[in-house]
Design a protein around this ligand. Sequence first.
Ligand code: ASP
Length: 316
Amino acid sequence: MNTPPHPISPNATIALAIHGGAGNITPSNLPPNQEQAYRDALTQVLETGHALLCQGGHSLDVVEAAVRLLEDSPLFNAGKGACFTYEGRNELDASIMDGHTLQAGAVAGVTTIRNPISAARAVMERSPYVLLIGTGAESFAADQGLEIVEPEYFYTRRQYERWEKSHQAREESASLNGEKFGTVGAVALDSYGDLAAATSTGGMMNKRYGRVGDSPIIGAGTYANNATCAVSATGHGEHFLCNVVAYDIAALMEYKGLSVQDAAEEVVMHKLAQRRGEGGVIAIGKNGQVAMPFSSVGMYRGSITADGQMSVHMFK
Ligand code: ASP
């Protein structure tokens, strides 16, 4: 899947940011060996994505590759490692957006597509649609030659035990202590000046009735526009939907001239926080500045900025 190249901007700058979900992530909730495992996973994804960008890779290819790695890791609530629904299934959502063309693709409520982010990209590039759901999305992915797996592929003991505990307690909030949310995402600026964003999730544990959050919704969980920024969100999806978070950040930049840092902080730390919407975003502005504000206790996150500096963090 290659995007045709177009003229390279004279001041080529590259940047990459990723997240592995927001939540109640504290040193006491995360034993040292697990903390190291998260650090290693995030570092590996950043290094892979950055190498692609350095070789002239397109931002769309980079965010897809980064999210695929995060989906394949059992540590994160996306792909392998997704949380369980009320009924004990794994239902996955993902979306991707190209800041150059403003085209986007997404899938929701899928249970057999190994890498939902690649299905989202196929929807964008090989269908006349933006969002496909459930069995229709699965047939489309199979027709496109994407890898289809048994629903059991997504099982991990960690997520199953969390779900079981929550059912035993019959009280969702008691069981969520430790990692309330979880989703993965990537945003990138490539050497052609193109931005892209991608997000993938298992959603929120114990979701029911075909609930879908912000992650596969363009403008809420994912947005990219070369004129402003690329954004991927994680947090309590219902709030991110109602506040159109990702687009709102881009709109503050476009209409009010805010920097990506100010725009992202305004939306996440003020607007959303006032409405008790907990979570965070990763964002890259068109000039390569990275912003990663979050209102939750922690957020798995990392970036490689235009000057080549890599950072990986999880706590405040
Ligand atoms: N935003 C996702 C959702 O509501 C969950 C998350 O980010 O953890 O489905």
